[in-house]
Ligand binder design. Sequence first.
Ligand SMILES: Cc1cc2nc3c(=O)[nH]c(=O)nc-3n(C[C@H](O)[C@H](O)[C@H](O)COP(=O)(O)OP(=O)(O)OC[C@H]3O[C@@H](n4cnc5c(N)ncnc54)[C@H](O)[C@@H]3O)c2cc1C
Length: 490
Amino acid sequence: MHSKKEINVFWFKRDLRLLDNEGLQDAINSGLPLLLLYVMEPSLEKNPHYHKRHHNFIAQSLIALNKELKQFNTQVYVYKDEVISVLERIAASMNINALFSMQETGIDATYMRDKVVKKWCVSQRIVCKEYINNGVTRGISNRNNWRKTWTSYMMQPIRSFEATPACFTTAKNINLTQEVLEPKKLDGIQAGGTKTGLAYLDSFLKQRHKKYQQSISKPEAARTHCGRVSPYIAWGNLSVRYVWQRAKQAKAQGACGFQLNAFTSRLRWQAHFIQKFEMEARMEFESVNIGFRQLKKEVNTEYINAWKTGTTGYPLVDASMRCVVKTGYLNFRMRALVVSFFTHHLWQPWQMGVVFLGKQFLDFEPGIHYPQFQMQAGETGINMLRIYNPTKNALEHDKEGAFIRKWVPELAKLPTPFVLEPWSMTAIEQEAYGCVLGKDYPNTIVATKETYNHASNILWHMKRNPNVRIESKRILAMHTLPDRENIMDR
Ligand SMILES: Cc1cc2nc3c(=O)[nH]c(=O)nc-3n(C[C@H](O)[C@H](O)[C@H](O)COP(=O)(O)OP(=O)(O)OC[C@H]3O[C@@H](n4cnc5c(N)ncnc54)[C@H](O)[C@@H]3O)c2cc1C
């Protein structure tokens, strides 16, 4: 009887890259033949947080990885099944010594899956090695040394990819059929893969960053002048450390420091938010501030549908929602605006909108999305309450109406003031311009002056509630940095 071949397995998750992938490099250096694995899990494909654009991006990333791996006579073996059954099949034909993977700060479904995998590894006497991702630390109870730890992680040398064909094993003995990858080029949606991510980073550092700060809140200009590297970070095509070091180098070589400092701060916020979720994952289901359990909002499906379909009668909100549904991207301010509109003006529980919006973002990152959504909903008790006025935001950030015209074609032919405030047209003007409110474009679904007062009164009152205050103190001690800056969005 043949003894089974001894191997190690590297399981790719949201770290779909070769460069600066510590777990992968350690697995390669481990001395045993390495099997590279990706598992397309039917349970995740069905999970409401995920859109087919995510699976498409993953498939593109895997194809790009396989192109890079060709010179090492290997590939990532991709199977469609639940992780445990794939590992069991592998273990049936080879002896797995160790399973290497990243430590994922994910939704409950992926966290539970990881626990099951670890338990299975213990039962099979397989060593399970998890690696820190992007400077997020598991198991800490406060942020006292967090900034120092994060910075020293960012300053460590980039792990280059070093391998020879002899480092890898094939999967030819495994009784599993490989998944055929057939991603589509989706119009208007960023394509996956490290090479594409690098092209975005290069063009940003070379040219696009020059108008970064003045464009960041503008829904149209942000598409060109912001980094646009978020999907590549979220799915791990690029490590934050690599992006951060490249930005620092560009600054040292004469790129605009004022702009790039704002960019590298945001790279720190990336981990800062994910760290919150890592430390309190129940945020997927309830407000981080337990005091807000007392806040009762009535679900209105008509409002929710209008928000989802971009038919609220507020042009900037509608343009933003239609745009994100189609392209998977919105700049920060518009993300904040649509959440504020949903939770404050429509007065809907954040839980009724958070999954739908996350699903649209190509860069969906649970650890940023959930804490940001709750912060914009005003339910942390520690952040400034911000109830955005959609019309004021349109006047400030889309003053010519270019973004609105692009996404709300019903309004495209109107003169600019009416694009931003269609309700200010008279009935005769509506007829003359061929845009009758209530027929061609919806009447406003709520009156924001009234909804502002309603939300503001209740939420300010809540902030003074003893339960909210006790919780706010706890949150400050647990989640904020000792030198917390009083800035917009942390
Ligand atoms: C309600 C809401 C939900 C959000 N959900 C996500 C999400 O699922 N995934 C996600 O990556 N970002 C999310 N963000 C943060 C932010 O809007 C995006 O990271 C940013 O718009 C991505 O565009 P960019 O790559 O051009 O950013 P840039 O301005 O070029 O920033 C560089 C990088 O820094 C990080 N970053 C930027 N802004 C923030 C921020 N405010 N908080 C944390 N990290 C930041 C991102 O990784 C980004 O790629 C959310 C914001 C809000 C208000």
